[in-house]
Ligand binder design. Structure first.
Ligand SMILES: Nc1ncnc2c1ncn2[C@@H]1O[C@H](COP(=O)(O)OP(=O)(O)OP(=O)(O)O)[C@@H](O)[C@H]1O
Length: 294
């Protein structure tokens, strides 16, 4: 299911342009959306989910135009959405909560609901905890309940907004693996500011910066955007003033800095191979010329 976004603009009351003429095509499979806080990711996710209306521009999902009632209805039938903050009912058990959401989604037959909820509890590895109240669940367990509710209607399009913030490393890895396994021939849009989650799950990625497209291409292309711009510098003096410091590690009485900068930040700097995080910085750091990808 392909998403076509054309000249999409969202200006909130008060004049904040969260999206500013965005053009983007999202293909089938796992697609990553990266961007700093306030870049416009959640606004885009909410527009795709049909919760927020754009100020201008056009979005079609699988050919359905979100500007029309019929289009929104068709998309919502095939949509699963895991928002940034999923409100859960602390006094319900995981099984009761999923049953309730299934009912809201129009699954009227209790036997069908019971079967589907049971399948999803299995998928997210929560069968053993299904009878426990949600108030006692860890962040990772709640997120797994969240993904289960998003998958209830077996959606062709799954939108997931910053799902791994606050999870411990093991839970993060389990969660993103679950998403990848689900994707297959469906479309999964994964919005995050955790670069590593994208590196491990997506082939294609878009980077938003201030409501605009800063990059669109493969994860490898994004990494290569920093080629020739990543440096290692060992110094006992002050940190370099040029470029963006990616890491600083103690090294033989001084510090070893990893820096993204268009030119060597000092005579002692040596070039190193870029990583995805470097590529992300190369396309988002202000004052750099940012040619837009495909
Ligand atoms: N309901 C709203 N009313 C007014 N301004 C808003 C509203 N929602 C978002 N904004 C503003 O729009 C801009 C984009 O916000 P958005 O939440 O889409 O970004 P984001 O990339 O998801 O950020 P984060 O990573 O922090 O969630 C920000 O400047 C934000 O303050």
């Amino acid at each position: 299911m392909t998403i076509e976004i054309t000249a999409l603009t969202k200006t909130y009351r008060g004049g904040v342009a969260a999206l500013d003429g965005l053009d983007l095509t999202v293909p089938t499979g796992m697609f990553g959306l990266l961007g700093a806080n306030g870049a416009g990711k959640t606004t885009l996710m909410r527009i795709l989910a049909g919760i927020v209306r754009p100020t201008a521009g056009r979005v079609t999902v699988g050919g359905h135009d979100l500007a029309t009632g019929a289009g929104r209805h068709a998309v919502q039938q095939s949509l699963g959405y895991l928002p940034q903050d999923l409100g859960v009912y602390p006094d319900l058990t995981a099984r009761q909560f999923l049953d309730y959401v299934a009912l809201l989604k129009g699954m009227d037959d209790p036997a069908v609901r019971r079967r589907r909820v049971g399948e999803l509890l299995e998928v997210v590895a929560l069968t053993a905890q299904a009878g426990r109240r949600l108030r006692g669940f860890s962040g990772g367990m709640r997120q797994r309940v969240g993904i289960a509710q998003a998958l209830l209607a077996d959606p062709q399009l799954l939108i997931v907004d910053e799902p791994t913030a606050g999870l411990d490393p093991e839970e993060r890895i389990r969660f993103r693996t679950l998403l990848s396994q689900f994707a297959g021939d469906r479309t999964v849009v994964l919005s995050t500011h955790i670069v590593e989650d994208i590196a491990q799950t997506c082939r294609e990625v878009a980077v938003l910066a201030q409501g605009r497209l800063a990059f669109r291409g493969t994860v490898d292309d994004l990494t290569q955007r920093a080629a020739g711009q990543v440096w290692s510098l060992v110094t006992s003096g002050p940190p370099p003033s040029e470029g963006t410091v990616v890491s600083a590690l103690p090294h033989e009485g001084g510090m070893r800095y990893r820096i993204v900068a268009p030119t060597a930040p000092g005579a002692e700097a040596t070039p190193v191979d870029p990583g995805l995080e470097d590529g992300y910085l190369a396309v988002t750091v202000p004052d750099e010329r940012r040619p837009v990808g495909r």
